[in-house]
Design a protein. Structure first.
Length: 384
């Protein structure tokens, strides 16, 4: 970072660093929760074909309402979550990051508050900062579940415009049970919003970036959208769909929430190439999600293995995860373990509360390398 002092950077941005996990050229990269398996050759062929089809039209602006893509998401969610939504209840953007930013732009701002439960996704406070929204948090329980009594009380007293919950949670992998989702919705439907007119109530945003990795049969919050106009469920194609490089996120919500986001979206925000690539992947939903079950099994095996290890006379604690990563700790020397793994070509993530580490699921070969390297590092740490 090199920002000259004579530039009129916003005062509240002075000293800030750009968000992002380390991007390092290492043999085993297990730090950004990607699906490690690339798209199949027939999927790649379809992507190339769809982009080639629209290439002659790139002199024209794309469909700014991306109707075809919203219809495709409706079909996908009907199959995946058992809920049919209208096109007007769906919206897409360049990754779920842009979805979240649009929500903050539409419902946050000066005099407004957003409430969440820590530890959680580290970008949320940056969305709040960038939109001049006050960021308020309530600590989670020791096992990273939400303290429901404290959460409901905070919704009443803080009077936020938005309540954000991540399920499965990042960085911990903790799921939000359906009964707790409904309880938070009920609290939002009764609460006031500071700085808003009488009769205005908070929206509940459930971030389901990792939801496809949940235990089969567990319902998604999408199943509640048709019943609750103050619910918004964010999704992404970056994780289970193995499409992180395409940058496609989407949201399911009442039309009122979608139309609010349409007010703040940039003109033609979703390129014709992005739309074509997303539609191509959705033509191959089964192939794109074919590795999810194996990654789920890898997660369970990794959690069990880590739980069997000891560190300085105590068992390593592994948080219950329904995502494609495992959160484990606690270590007195987290930085030492992180750096020693990195020396061995394995990059994981040191994120969240002090002492905890996160590893996302890689290929079988990558996970074998992680286990071997971690045992070496753990032995060194025990002697330190």
């Amino acid at each position: 970072m090199s920002i000259p002092a004579n530039l009129p950077l916003r005062n509240d941005l002075k000293g800030e660093e750009p968000y992002g996990a380390p991007q390092l050229d290492v043999p085993v990269c297990l730090n950004v929760n990607e699906n490690p398996y690339p798209p199949a050759p027939d999927v790649v062929d379809t992507i190339a074909e769809r982009v080639r089809e629209i290439a002659p039209t790139l002199n024209r602006y794309p469909d700014r309402e991306h109707i075809a893509l919203r219809k495709a998401f409706s079909d996908y969610l009907s199959k995946e979550s058992g809920t049919r939504l209208a096109v007007e209840q769906l919206w897409a953007a360049n990754g779920s990051n842009e979805i979240m930013l649009q929500l903050f732009q539409a419902f946050g701002g000066p005099g407004r508050k957003a409430l969440s439960f820590t530890p959680t996704y580290s970008m949320y406070p940056e969305y709040a900062r960038d939109t001049f929204t006050e960021w308020v948090t309530v600590p989670r329980n020791d096992d990273f579940t939400i303290n429901m009594d404290a959460a409901i009380e905070a919704i009443k007293t803080v009077k936020p415009a938005m309540v954000l919950v991540t399920s499965p949670n990042n960085p911990t992998g903790t799921p939000l049970p359906m009964d707790q989702t409904k309880a938070l919705l009920a609290a939002c439907e009764q609460a006031d919003v500071d700085g808003a007119d009488e009769g205005v109530h908070p929206i509940l945003v459930v971030d389901e970036a990792y939801v496809e990795f949940r235990t089969p049969g567990v319902p998604s919050a999408v199943s509640l959208v048709n019943e609750h106009p103050n619910l918004a469920v964010s999704r992404t194609m970056s994780k289970a769909f193995a499409y992180a490089g395409a940058r496609v996120g989407y949201i399911a919500a009442d039309q009122g929430i979608i139309d609010s986001m349409r007010i703040v979206r940039m003109p033609y925000h979703l390129s014709a190439v992005t739309q074509a690539a997303a539609l191509a992947a959705l033509e191959h939903t089964d192939e794109q999600l074919s590795t999810v079950a194996h990654l789920r099994e890898t997660r369970e095996a990794t959690a069990e293995w880590l739980s069997s290890l000891t560190y300085k006379g105590r068992n390593i604690t592994v948080a219950h995860s329904e995502s494609n990563f495992v959160y484990f700790g606690t270590f007195d020397d987290r930085d030492f373990i992180f750096n020693e793994l990195l020396k061995r070509g394995v990059l994981i993530r040191d994120v969240g509360p002090e002492g905890w580490l996160r590893v996302c699921m890689g290929t079988d070969e990558e996970m074998a390398t992680f286990r071997s390297a971690f045992l070496e590092v753990l032995e060194l740490a025990q002697k330190a």
